[in-house]
Design a binder for this molecule. Structure first.
Ligand SMILES: C[S@@+](CC[C@H](N)C(=O)[O-])C[C@H]1O[C@@H](n2cnc3c(N)ncnc32)[C@H](O)[C@@H]1O
Length: 318
């Protein structure tokens, strides 16, 4: 047989085989055995089986697996395309709304798209904040639940910010309680736009770019620098574990800084004579975020340090 003829004949066989497979799948999925047999007859395909019910079980299974796989892949592609189109549409809407400078309140969907866009921009070029969750074994279950709530508040503030940070949760193993608590207490936690990793911040960033924020540092933070990565200790232990993060940072020779509370605030007179410059992580974040937007430490500290901490801004006293 000549080469060209053999090719044509092989192609013909392949086409027949494909048609047979498609038909077998139809039979399997719809159970329309009679239709299939009829179709075979119309196509003049001799399957060598008395009826479609005699299809070899093994090949049937294999074909249906292949087709299902292809179908799933196709469905995935369609869904991805759809959501991309939707996102692009939302983006166009946002851009149009921004260009018009419209005073009209944008819809929830548009607002969500704006937030998403800002967060993704922060991922590319915004300041970075890392919550170090490697110390949760030092905490009680109650403290861990409080920490999960603080993470939710922190993320909520970041979503509202005009200039958000990109957030990393590091040391987050799926086996630890804080992960469970975040899932249990924080709606949509799995969809939070942030990085979650079991890895340590020490392995993610050059050490010279890391600034560990700790209330016990000697250095007052002066600015928020997008080249740096600011690390917060995932701790809710205001009194028990004094200087824990400072010691950790020193072990790895990291730079440390504290919020400039002493520089811009003074102790207020209060009945309990209570003064604490140790804040919850969401409050520290509010200070950083406000400072990054306003470039004003008084504004930032006003937003973050509640009166209960026993500090007031200097200019309020004067
Ligand atoms: C409740 S505090 C834990 C304090 C704990 N004793 C420690 O050793 O860090 C939680 C985290 O918020 C950050 N933080 C709290 N107050 C701060 C301040 N005044 N300046 C800088 N960071 C602060 C630190 O990262 C701290 O680890």
């Amino acid at each position: 047989m000549r080469h060209a003829e053999r090719n044509t004949e092989e192609n013909g066989w392949e086409m027949q085989r494909d048609q047979q497979q498609d038909l077998r799948v139809t039979w399997q999925e719809d159970g329309e055995c009679e239709n299939i047999c009829e179709s075979f007859q119309l196509l003049q395909i001799d399957m060598g089986w008395e009826s479609a019910k005699e299809l070899p079980a093994e090949s049937e299974e294999c074909c249906s697996r292949n087709v299902l796989r292809k179908q799933r892949h196709w469905e995935k592609m369609v869904t991805a395309k759809k959501s991309k189109r939707k996102q692009e549409k939302e983006r166009r809407k946002v851009r149009r709304a921004e260009e018009k400078g419209t005073t009209q309140q944008p819809s929830k969907r548009v607002l969500k798209a704006i937030v998403q866009e800002r967060l993704l921009e922060a991922k590319e070029s915004g300041p970075r904040l890392c919550i170090d969750l490697s110390m949760t074994s030092h905490m009680t279950k109650k403290e861990i639940s409080r920490l999960a709530a603080q993470i939710r508040r922190l993320y909520g503030s970041n979503k509202k910010a005009q200039k958000p940070f990109w957030i990393y949760l590091t040391g987050l193993m799926s086996s630890i309680l804080i992960y469970e608590e975040c899932l249990r207490m924080n709606d949509g936690f799995s969809n939070y736009l942030m990085d979650r990793t079991p890895d340590s911040y020490l392995n993610l960033f050059p050490l010279e770019n890391i600034i560990y924020l700790t209330p016990d540092s000697e250095n007052a933070l002066e600015e928020v620098d997008v080249q740096k990565v600011y690390v917060l200790g995932g701790l809710v232990d205001e009194s028990i574990q004094k200087k824990l993060t400072l010691q950790r940072a020193q072990e790895h020779s990291l730079q440390t800084a504290r919020l400039p509370i002493q520089e811009y605030m003074v102790k207020s007179v209060n009945a309990k004579n209570y003064h604490s410059a140790t804040l919850a992580i969401n409050q520290v974040f509010d200070a950083l975020s406000t400072y990054y937007e306003t470039q004003s430490w008084p504004d930032a500290l006003k937003a973050a340090v509640s009166p209960g901490k026993g500090y007031v801004l200097r200019d309020i006293v004067q």
